[in-house]
Write a protein of this length. Sequence first.
Length: 375
Amino acid sequence: MPQVSLRNIYKMYPNAKNSAPAVQDFNLEVEDGEFIVLVGPSGCGKSTTLRMIAGLESISKGEIYIDGKLINNLPPKDRDIAMVFQNYALYPNLSNFENMAFGLRLRKVEKYKINELVNAKARELEIDNLLERQPKDVSGGQRQRVALGRAIVREPKVFLMDEPLSNLDAKMRVQMRVEIMKLHQKLQATTIYVTHDQIEAMTMGHRIVIMNGGIVQQVATPEEIYNKPANRFIGSFIGSPPMNFIFGRLEAGSGGQLYFSNSHMYLPFPRERVTKEIEKYIDADIVGGIRPEALSLRGSISTERKPNEFYAEVDVSELVGADRYVYLNINQRNRETLVARVPAKERYESGSRVIGRADMEFFHLFDVNTEQRIE
């Protein structure tokens, strides 16, 4: 039985200017011990969904179950969940110890047990030397550890985390990301985590729920999300730089070979990937998609290009650590551009002519109208 089950969940705000639901037809089964990440742009409905699970937002339609029990009408304190907020939500006038102990005191846990639990969890989080201080006397990362400690001392059935790292600087975010992952590995607690940061989503989640406009776009493992995006939105949202998109047509060549074709490309599509669904698009307009790292470059254009190659002109070259992002103009008339992610040692000057090569094993096809991936 799933630990958390969301079935046909809707959230409507009656007085909202936009009549569309903030969340619509949200369905998700979260298994015991799973780490699920909800990710998407601002306003996509991810935090609203989390707050409905927590009981901080009412549900307009649908059902939420925890351990098979319907919780729609249960108050937050009776749902056996613990929530970690973006702004920590610590009581500034209480010590860190008292902040961690607050929920246990509400539950009338015995004093000796509170001391035992708080001190044990503080040692795990390496904040046992900070318990007598107040939140204002410690750093942002330490405050976040106190907030995590307050959640885990209660040993709830489900942890909910709403952008808990967004207020930290880049270095501290990486450190706390690792800490949360280590903590989850130790506790094996069911966790639903909300973020707008794709790196957090891809590195932390067992599965990722991508949302846009209140609608779930795809639920899958990080690998599947990246390698088989369900639609163009996901291809453009996940990945840095994002996926390149190219308009063209699917043409049939000799021997059953299919080609992605336009005025400046004629790329052979792998025979082993051709399906009956893909064959429906022969002689139809289509959108091709390819990740920047699936493009490689060579500087000489004196030789004839190979079937999976194309001519391009370098617009800009950016050095990004061990990589170089090369922005390519492939069509002077319409200024169509691609981004190639190549090793930093490869240097390309602005205005130089190059030959690009597409690794067609990683070439995606999308419907022009629905923008859904074709496979």
